[in-house]
Design a protein around this ligand. Sequence first.
Ligand code: FAD
Ligand code: DLZ
Ligand code: SF4
Length: 508
Amino acid sequence: MKGTLRLVLGDQLTRNLSSLADLDRERDVVLMAEVMEEASYVPHHKQKIAFLFSAMRHFAAALAEEGVSLRYVRLDDPDNTQSLDGEVRRALADYGLSRLVVTEPGEWRLREKMTGWRETLGLPVDILDDDRFYCSRAEFTAWAKGRRQYRMEFFYREMRRKTGLLMEGDEPAGGTWNYDRENRHPLPDRLFLPKRQRFTPDALTLEVVALVQERFADHFGDLEPFGWAVTRSDALKALDHFIRDCLPDFGTFQDAMQTGEDFLYHGLISPYLNAGLLDAREVCEAAEKAWRAGKAPINAVEGFIRQILGWREFVRGLYWERMPDYAKTNWLDAHRPLPALYWTGRTKMRCLSECVRTTRQHAYAHHIQRLMVLGNFALLAGIAPAEVEEWYLLVYADAYEWVELPNVHGMVLFADGGVMGSKPYAASGAYIDRMSDYCGSCRFNPKKRTGEGACPFTLLYWNFLLQHRKRLSSNPRMALALKNLDRLSEREGATIREEAERFLANLP
Ligand code: FAD
Ligand code: DLZ
Ligand code: SF4
């Protein structure tokens, strides 16, 4: 009997993958392929491509060592058809295999393509569930049934009950489900940050770095220094380092930002989780263990576990539940093109230039930089959702549509009209000033909304409220913000509109 072709994608690098579960080493072949189609459907950041190609090659080497029959197609292989479809066909023909098995991909566009393979390949194609998540798609569908709006907090509590993570019997550990109120502190003046672990590229990674330099030179971002882990064993070291050195302060300073300090107490683990080098369960369990051993406080551990067990699972469920229509809405009617500063970082707005810099330098920015600076500006400036989404999808090493889209379309841009979040995260310069040191070295004044030296965030925040007043008036969570508008005189309102219009028209 002929064997099975098992396709493993670049973000499926784990031996526990559903498509590898019943692998028959005698008859089956595993296919992994570096293809231009995936490397350029958006022009990914150079480090994202280097990270994935190197992690793919290391994972393939581990499979080969185990004795698995493997076809690994390198990008510069002369026979490479440069598409997954082409490589699947080529492997099926070359090895004479009679079935294709794949774990479902993380993006709708690829899922659609694979569904089509069932007809075009003329052989059985099994698309298996991706069981790397705590919550299956079917479970999320059951939870979502009958809800027009999804709220992470309710979902998260169910996940806590289901998994028993941070539970004491039926009660949440410490008596409270969510410690967010303790997790909004700015950084102290005297700061002792842990030295972050980066990984020295080995020969395989250096080879990939050279390939990316040659083939993707025009893509956004710095390629070197390259410091990401590319193997499971190094990703585990990164996790240990985070749990030991950063987790204790993760909660308290989770929302803080500081010039030149790009990582603070954050995990730096999302590329590993999303590509399969780390598993969500082992990460959450490691954090819980640290709390039970008295090595990290509950506000930090709950805050961290909520990001993974709550947000990460929630956005994935929402993505599959609502696609493909989810991406098409534009509730705030935003149509402005993405300003050049998102690529160049060239702007006098210190907060934005800093966040674009870290994005370019590391293919990374932490959550509050993505949400409250880069995202907030896109929201306030009325940038077209599709343009913002493409930017986020290509600039971060951890970006795949299942996680990027709900965060950008729903959380940041409120383009879904409230399916994901209860209100837009619009904020003025005062928020950025409270949570960072950016404003201290900026030529603008966060407290000033109009006139010379006014902060563009503050100006655009008031303009946003004026512009969307009617739309947002039925939202009780916007009542306070909108009430403040009533205190503006007509003249002040007109000045805000005029100055905002001028500012936006002059954005390169
Ligand atoms: P930590 O701050 O240490 O958090 C721990 C982990 O929690 C992360 O590794 C991540 O797996 C998970 N997590 C935290 N917040 C979220 C969230 N909102 N959604 C899903 N998972 C979360 N995350 C991605 O993995 N890929 C993306 O493409 C992505 N795009 C984003 C776009 C925007 C506009 C925003 C606001 C957030 C986005 N996030 C994305 C979520 C979050 O910013 C990153 O997961 C986080 O910054 C990764 O860094 P870290 O590992 O240091 O995270
Ligand atoms: C992101 C990415 C890149 C850059 N290149 C490849 C590749 O050459 N081969 C591959 O199998 N996967 C790659 N990926 C990851 C896929 O784009 C990812 O599997 C889908 O977007 C679904 O999440
Ligand atoms: Fe950003 Fe405004 Fe602060 Fe400048 S003053 S850093 S533009 S928030």
